[in-house]
Every structure is written in structure tokens, then in C-alpha cells.
Design a binder for this molecule. Structure first.
Ligand code: BYC
Length: 330
């Protein structure tokens, strides 16, 4: 089992709230959106805070593996595109922290939970970006997997999260294409470039499949999250869709996917694929992946280095507020 079970008391309605619970249930049953002003069960709120915060953390930690290549991008054009992409990820973090704050939590508190290891971020960002081709593989596979998951979240029952997802998905689509284009260029370049592209795909394929979370029968949160309309598809359903989508794309790239068990299954109408190493996944999400320590120490250092910016912004906001009061009083 992979999750924090004590953070949620799902399936147990809040006592004394039966009328409001019935209204909430009716909205969910009618596929309507829940908005910040609406009453919601505590467990629904906590589940959303957990998921949206982890998602926000993934976006800002996800800036690191690719940010590492900005100074070494192979051309000015590639550098400009990569800078824009990494900035987009920072922006996604901001939309998501804002969406999370509508649930009544404070951003500073969420960052404390991340820095103290009390909230997770996506497993994928604990793998290193070793070569320029990794930037392509991250765009194609990591952003590709993220889109597959996030398009479904555009229909999430919680309004602010669903609306944030719409814009994020548009930007992620551009990211995926730029990754595909990097790999396509390398795969059609010199033999050494093609080898580098293949090596990147070999290393990122399985970790990208793990982004969808543990198998359904080992996913503690899925059933309740689907009943609440937070998740629309199970982890395995989305993973399968991603495999089905990626196989023809790999053919266009002229690269292979590193799975000897990958083959079309006529009966199922899907590709079959090999078992993933779920022990590795468990290790990575519990802090023991190849880059966990480095990712966290750099994140904490960036947060500390940015303290003066937050203080300056607060001092400016306080000054503006005082001026507004003065004007109102005069
Ligand atoms: N990594 O019951 P489950 C991006 C945890 S960033 C780490 O299936 P749930 C990008 C899970 O949290 C895109 N932990 O949970 C940025 C839970 O632990 P806790 C990131 C994982 O929530 C920069 C436990 O395992 N996308 O696009 O129903 C550059 C049990 O799992 C992972 C999102 O965050 C994992 N992969 O389903 C490029 C999408 N998987 O919380 C690109 C939003 C599971 O009890 N999130 N866990 O301690 C979701 O859709 C869902 O939260 C998940 C998991 C499908 C990930």
C-alpha cells in the first residue's frame, strides 16, 4: 500500500450535516461543479487539498530536471523554447497553489508540508536528466502522461481545479510537441544522436508509466475519488490509454519502447504491456529515488533565497493597504 490513510476519513459522512451532505451528493450525482462557497464534506476537502497540493509541488519540482539543461541547450532557439517551457511549469504551480488556497489552506503551509516531507510530488521528477535527449523524452513522455491524466481532470467536480486544468493542458500540449520534435530531430540525425534518443526513451518509459499511480487494486484513494468525481478514470485505465497512444508515436519517431511484452491484443483492443517494478515506485515515493535528496535540498534553498522577494512583496502590499485606508479616511 502506498498512501497516507489517516489523512482521510472517506465514506464517513460528517455528523449533523445530513441536509448539506444530501445537497452535496445531489450536485455530485448531477455532475455539477462544487465551488469554494459550497459546503463540502471534510474528507472531500482533504482529498482535494492532498491531490491539488501534490500536483502543484510536482510542477515546481518538475522545473529542476529540465532547468538543469537551460545553460547547455544546443542552440539559442532550443534555449529560448526550454526557458519558456520551464517558466510555464512555474506558472502551473502558481495556478494550482491558488486553486488549493480556495480550499482554505495557506500556500506557506503547503510549502512547509512539501519541505518537511509531509506531502509528495510526482515520482517522475526523482529521475535525473542526463543528456539533452532526456529533455525530449521528458517533453514527449512525461508531459504526454501528464496530459493524459489532466485532460480527465478538466472535468473534475471541484470547479477551481478543473478550470486551472484547462489552461494547463493547453500549455502541456505544446510541451509534448516540443519534446517529440527534439526526439524526432535526434532520431533522424547521426547514429550517435539516435542512440542518445533511444537511451533517453529506455530510461523514461517505465517511470512515465508509474506517473499514473499504483495499480487499481493497490490504490487506496481511487474508489472514493472516482465516486466524488475528482478522478474520472482509474490509474490503470489512463495508463492503458497512454500506452495505446505512445506505440504509434514511437513508430513515427523510429524509436522502440523498452518492453519485450508490448504487443497488440486483438481481443482486448489494446496493447498488452509488461509488469512495472512497483518496488522501485514504492522506494521512489518514500524518498529513496535517485534524485530525491537533491530535488528537496535545491527546492528548500530556492525557497530560502526567495525570502527577500516575499518580504518585499508583503511590505509593498502593506504600504498600499495603508495608503488606501488613508485615502478612505480623508
Ligand atoms: N508519484 O491511491 P492513489 C507535470 C501516491 S507534473 C508520487 O492512486 P490518488 C510536469 C498518492 O499520492 C504532473 N506519488 O492516489 C511538470 C498516494 O499517496 P498519499 C503531476 C504518487 O491521489 C513539470 C499513494 O501514492 N500530475 O505535468 O488517487 C515538467 C496512493 O496512490 C504517485 C499530477 O499530480 C506518483 N506518480 O492518485 C513536466 C496529477 N502516484 O497522497 C511535467 C494529479 C500515486 O496518500 N494527481 N502516488 O500520501 C492525480 O491525478 C492523482 O493524485 C494520481 C494518484 C493519479 C497521481
Amino acid at each position: 500500500m502506498y498512501g497516507n490513510h489517516d489523512t482521510e476519513t472517506a465514506l464517513v459522512p460528517d455528523e449533523g450535516d445530513s441536509e448539506r451532505q444530501a445537497e452535496f451528493d445531489a450536485l455530485i450525482a448531477d455532475d455539477q461543479r462544487i465551488e469554494p462557497r459550497d459546503w463540502m464534506p471534510d474528507a472531500y476537502r482533504r482529498t482535494l487539498i492532498r491531490q491539488v497540493a501534490q500536483h502543484a509541488h510536482s510542477e515546481i519540482i518538475g522545473m529542476q530536471p529540465e532547468g538543469n539543461w537551460i545553460t547547455r541547450a544546443p542552440s539559442l532557439r532550443r534555449k529560448a523554447i526550454l526557458i519558456a517551457k520551464v517558466q510555464d511549469e512555474g506558472g502551473h504551480g502558481l495556478y494550482l497553489y491558488s486553486a488549493c488556497e480556495t480550499l482554505g489552506v495557506d500556500r506557506e503551509d503547503l510549502l512547509d508540508r512539501l519541505h518537511g516531507g509531509r506531502q509528495k510530488y510526482s515520482s517522475i521528477f526523482n529521475y535525473p536528466a542526463l543528456t539533452w535527449a532526456d529533455v525530449g523524452a521528458i517533453g514527449w513522455l512525461v508531459d504526454g502522461a501528464a496530459i493524459m491524466n489532466q485532460v480527465a481532470l478538466c472535468r473534475c467536480s471541484y470547479g477551481p481545479y478543473a478550470r486551472a486544468m484547462i489552461r494547463i493542458c493547453k500549455e502541456e500540449s505544446f510541451h509534448q510537441r516540443q519534446g517529440f520534435e527534439i526526439l524526432h530531430t535526434l532520431a533522424h540525425g547521426t547514429p550517435a544522436q539516435k542512440e542518445m534518443a533511444q537511451d533517453a526513451v529506455n530510461r523514461f518509459w517505465a517511470p512515465a508509466l508509474m506517473m499514473f499511480g499504483p495499480p487499481d487494486d493497490a490504490s487506496p484513494h481511487s474508489a472514493q475519488s472516482m465516486a466524488w468525481g475528482i478522478k474520472r478514470f482509474s490509474n490503470d485505465e489512463l495508463r492503458q490509454r497512454f500506452v495505446d497512444m505512445s506505440v504509434p508515436q514511437a513508430e513515427v519517431l523510429g524509436l522502440s519502447l523498452p518492453d519485450p511484452d508490448l504487443r497488440w491484443n486483438d481481443e482486448r483492443g489494446h496493447y498488452d504491456s509488461g509488469e512495472l517494478d512497483w518496488d522501485e515506485f514504492a522506494r521512489v515515493i518514500s524518498g529513496d529515488g535517485p534524485c530525491n535528496a537533491q530535488r528537496m535540498s535545491r527546492r528548500i534553498r530556492a525557497h530560502e533565497d526567495g525570502a527577500w522577494v516575499r518580504e518585499a512583496a508583503q511590505a509593498y502590499a502593506a504600504k498600499q493597504a495603508a495608503r488606501t485606508l488613508e485615502v478612505a479616511a480623508s
